[in-house]
Design a protein around this ligand. Structure first.
Ligand code: ISE
Length: 338
């Protein structure tokens, strides 16, 4: 049996700690050796919970001292470029949480640096591709069993968002997932993005105008709409309906315990993305670890992250030019990412 892959996690926030538990308890062939977190409070919480891992303030220290084969980047997107470039310099395999970077200029710098390596080293954390229902839908699309895919109706509802959440984050932190999926399902590139504003929800904090209605035009003619709600209150709900020539398919419908009581019927709804996508994250990280073992990627690559960044850039511009379709500008896929 091979030695376990030694993993360091950058960022001990909500996502980073969730991955730390996953690597420690549920992933085979991996061991958590390091956590990098500049914030002292978060670092000491992590140190208590993950006493077998070494704690570092800076990535440089971890790369210099810890036994590392691979890194999960779970810090906020604006810090990704610097971390990615350092990991590439040290030839470390990386699972980078979405977004790869917040804009295309920085994503291109990462792609250029990565292409100096022998092979792609960065997998991007579009975990929904690993959700069993979404993976089943992808198989259905690719089988052509229901004919060609025509449209996708996507719903992305969060119960509430933290105070720091900005209007742009509705696109590059949330709709970013749908940008990846609609392109993956349709097997085509996003050509244009339009944003429309329905009546504003009184649940929206002063800094946000939402919900949003986002329309994506794919190069092959598929249309995808996304309802993005940041403060839907009742729970966390992410669904998709795919319309084919000869049928439809749905994912993300409420499931689980069903309860009938006092004249009503009830099914529990998820309350956050970590529980809703727990299985997807587990499968994603296991797939990545297995792939690292074989010196390859186990999911979407940095070019996928770049093209989604390009769609996000158009989407952010569309926020201020409601009703206009903003073209997505992107460079062709280098053969390195074929
Ligand atoms: C969050 O960062 C995620 O990635 C979740 O999957 C998404 O549903 C949520 O809207 C984002 O803020």
């Amino acid at each position: 049996m091979n030695a376990p892959i030694r993993i360091g996690i950058i960022g001990a926030g909500r996502m980073g700690l969730d991955h730390a538990v996953r690597v420690r308890d549920r992933i085979s062939g991996a061991v958590l050796t390091a956590i990098v977190e500049p914030d002292g409070v978060r670092r000491s919480i992590a140190a208590t919970e993950f006493s077998d891992a070494r704690m570092f303030v800076e990535l440089d220290d971890a790369v210099g001292h810890a036994d590392l084969d691979a890194v999960i980047i779970a810090s906020p997107g604006r810090f990704h470029e610097e971390a990615l470039l350092k990991c590439l310099d040290s030839k470390l395999d990386v699972l980078c949480e979405k977004p790869l970077t917040p804009d295309t200029a920085s994503a291109i710098r990462v792609l250029e640096a990565e292409q100096r390596a022998d092979r792609p080293l960065i997998q991007v954390g579009f975990m929904r591709r690993f959700d069993p229902e979404y993976a089943g839908l992808k198989q259905l699309v690719d089988s052509h069993e229901l004919g060609e895919l025509l449209m996708l109706h996507c719903v992305h509802r969060n119960p509430e968002m933290p105070e720091f959440f900005t209007q742009e984050m509705l696109i590059d932190d949330s709709v970013v997932h749908e940008f990846d999926l609609v392109s993956w399902f349709s097997g085509s590139e996003i050509a244009g993005v339009e944003v429309r504003y329905p009546r504003r929800s009184s649940n929206a904090p002063p800094a946000l105008a939402e919900p949003l209605f986002v329309l994506c035009e794919l190069e092959n003619g598929v249309l995808a709409d996304v309802e993005m709600s940041a403060n839907a209150r009742f729970g966390y709900q992410v669904t998709m309906e795919a319309v084919f020539e000869n049928g439809i398919a749905r994912v993300g419908q409420p499931s689980g315990l069903q309860r009938w009581h006092e004249g009503s019927f009830r099914i529990e709804e998820s309350q956050d993305f970590l529980s809703r996508f727990r299985a997807a994250y587990d499968i994603e990280i296991q797939s990545w670890v297995n792939a690292v073992e074989e010196a390859r990627l186990g999911g979407p690559n940095a070019y996928d992250g770049y093209r989604v960044a390009a769609a996000c850039e158009a989407g952010v511009e569309a926020l201020t030019r409601s009703g206009q379709t903003i073209a997505v500008e992107q460079r062709p896929r280098p053969s390195f990412y074929a």
